[in-house]
Design a protein around this ligand. Sequence first.
Ligand code: SF4
Length: 213
Amino acid sequence: MIKVNEIFHSIQGESTFVGNPTLFIRTTGCNLRCHYCDTKYSYYEGSLMSIEDLVREAQQRPHLKYVCITGGEPLLQKEVYPLMSALCDLGYFVSLETSGSKSCREVDGRVKIVLDVKTPASGEGDSFLLENIVGSPLSTEFKFVICSEDDFKWSENFCRQHDLFEKFTVLYSPSFEEVEPQWLAEKILQQNSPARLQLQLHKYIWFPHTRGV
Ligand code: SF4
C-alpha cells in the first residue's frame, strides 16, 4: 500500500513536460524541510491506496497520457517503484519529482526523473546524493530553485563540477516571491549559463483541477 496525500488532474507546471495535462499522484511524507515548501500539508496527511487503486485512477481518464509521481518525497515508500513500472507498462509517460536525497538506482528506466537539487538557501543544501548523478539516465532533468545570488553561483559551480550541462537538461527556477524571474533571466544571460529558465507555471497561473483522496 502507498500513503497518498492527494490525486489531481491538472496542467504540468514544471520540467520539459510543462504544459501537458497530467494526473498528479502526491505521496505522503518528506524527509526534508525546505523553507519555501508549498506542500507542507503532504508531510503527514493521507490515505492508504493499492497500486491497483492508483492505476485505476489513471485509467478512469480516457485521454490521459502523463502521470507525475510527486510529494513530499515519493521514494520514501517502496511500493512507488512498482507503481511507476505498472504505469509505464500501460503506456503512460511517467515522471518522478524527487529531491535526490534518496537513491534513484531502482527507478524504472522508462521514468523521467526530475531531480530537485536543494540549494544552500533552501535550508537543505547537503541533502543531495551524488550517486544519483553517476547512475542517472540521460533523460534525467536537474532542477534548481534559486533563492539568492549565492544560490545562483552555487548552482553554476555544482553543474560545472559534475558536468551536468553537458549531459543533462538543467532547469533554473526563481524561488517564488523571493527572486524575480527577470533577475534570474538576466543572470543566466550575463553569466553565459546553459541552464534553461523555468517559471513554475502553476505558481503564476491557477489551473482548475480535480482532486481525489
Ligand atoms: S523536498 Fe519538496 S516536499 Fe519536501 S520539504 Fe522540500 S519542497 Fe517540501
